[in-house]
Design a protein around this ligand. Sequence first.
Ligand SMILES: Nc1ncnc2c1ncn2[C@@H]1O[C@H](COP(=O)(O)OP(=O)(O)OP(=O)(O)O)[C@@H](O)[C@H]1O
Length: 268
Amino acid sequence: MTLLQVQGLSVQARGRALVEDVDLTLAPGERLGLVGESGSGKSLTALAVLGLLPPGLTASGRVLLDGRPVIGQPDRALVPLRGAVAAMVFQDPRMALDPLMRLGDQLAVPLRRRAAREGRSMSRQDLRAAQVAALERVAIAEPARILDAWPHQVSGGQRQRVAIAMALACGPRLLIADEPTTALDVSTQAEVMALLDRLVRDEGLALLFISHDLPVVAGIADRVTVMARGRVVEEGPTAQVFHAPAQPYTQGLIAAARRLDAALGPGE
Ligand SMILES: Nc1ncnc2c1ncn2[C@@H]1O[C@H](COP(=O)(O)OP(=O)(O)OP(=O)(O)O)[C@@H](O)[C@H]1O
């Protein structure tokens, strides 16, 4: 069964089309890369999947998450899908983190919600053990210190790991990652990508990975959908799209990535 089915998705702002007629499908365990230059509609597509479009924007078409409709549904119908079926990691972990709450208290929210959903009671000790396990899962070295810290007291990479831990704590089957490493320095980027790759494999998650960074997408996605000016211009297996792009827009994106790579020269 398809975990995510998007058919004819359009997003409008006061009559202006920002996303037009997008189709996507994701089966359980599949990894899809969504690429395209800035402003091509990638983030709005992802937000529409979870019914999280900003005020003033409206979606039309069909989005089915685990067979259940998203578009046109009231928020209370979507709450059970968010986290439990699909969870999201954003470019800037500060989007997911409350600056005025200790990281441990924030992580407790999805852990408690999942326990309630599964009919498990959680003592203080159970919660502490679950918090530590959630941080160990994202390879955080000193879980006790991080749990007691405020978001501004940890590094950007650690914040993103906590945001990933919170997304996974809900027990989703689909992880949507929107430029999750763009705000990080290059070595932290590589660590977070390796972490995501391992987690998605170990947990058997489906992944919708959004990025304008083609080499990063090539490293993690099985299939790629290319967007330009709100529309899908090309899609296919990653190797095929990156090595033999059919559309001039994709050819241009790849040529630009190659030029950048050549200009940077061989890595250290
Ligand atoms: N709240 C909004 N109101 C009006 N227009 C918006 C809003 N959010 C985004 N847009 C516009 O919609 C288009 C698509 O934006 P979107 O954020 O989906 O692009 P993107 O491909 O994710 O780009 P980036 O990589 O820069 O995030 C852009 O032209 C953007 O300016």
